[in-house]
Design a protein around this ligand. Sequence first.
Ligand code: GRG
Length: 293
Amino acid sequence: MTLAERMARHQQSVDRALDRILPAADQQPSRLHRSMRYTVLAAGKRVRPVLTLICGEIFAAPPAPLVGAGAAVEMVHASSLILDDLPCMDDAAVRRGRPTNHRVFGESTALLAALGLLNMAFATLAALRSPDVPAARAGEAATVLTAAIGSSGLIAGQVVDLESGESVTDLETLEFIHSHKTGRLFIASAELGAILGRARPRERQAVARFAKNLGLAFQITDDLLDATADVATLGKDVRKDKGRTTFATLCGLQGARSLSHELIDHALKALEPLGRRAAPLRDLAETIRDRHA
Ligand code: GRG
């Protein structure tokens, strides 16, 4: 199976699960539920749940709980996008090719939709408990995802990003921001697959290292695309217009490209202990190295 076929299959199963898990659009309060569905079900790339599903497959995780975990990861990601776009944060107008959530539903509904999605993500993880997934394993999955989001995870990255504003001048701070804002959810996505597949500690560490490097490389390629493509291609606000420091503005296009290649190489190296089983992850890394959207 090619990576494109594998990704399409995983994207479809996660999309079906999300559609099933999210409250129906006409369920009261309908405006809130429409707002939750609006961002989650929009055309996202589903990179994070694909990472969960590929890692889970490597370790032969049970398929249904794996898809549930992927859906939880995507709900967290969508929640973070809604929050990131709010006027008090990035004040973005476009996301996933459409007006941002708060522009359609208003700020208070968007904020509550983001909270509703987070809550639903953790309810989904709690519900993984089944004959296939002992309570301790579902608990471990929830622990990993909570830590990734918390005040030492995504939230930390966002706070430093907001506090630094346009004044980031060093690579260390920029890496801190994005290894938290983007990297932590990549790591958790991979670890969830490993946890559900009962991977050994060394195997789990290998996919976590892979995801850490992949996440930062993904962010750098995001910055490169922001610097070179337009809103229509990207389906979101282009940050170059907002005076923010990015890997592209700080390192130059060529410097940023070299850094992302270096990180992809580190990601590939991290997979060595997994041998041939990790082939789909290697393909995923090469796809991100060359991504154009
Ligand atoms: C409490 C969940 C939560 C978050 C609070 C707002 C916040 C802290 C963090 C923001 C994190 C964030 C939005 C980082 C940007 C990461 C990123 C590269 C987004 C774009 O990802 P893609 O390209 O988007 O995978 P699609 O739309 O394809 O899913």
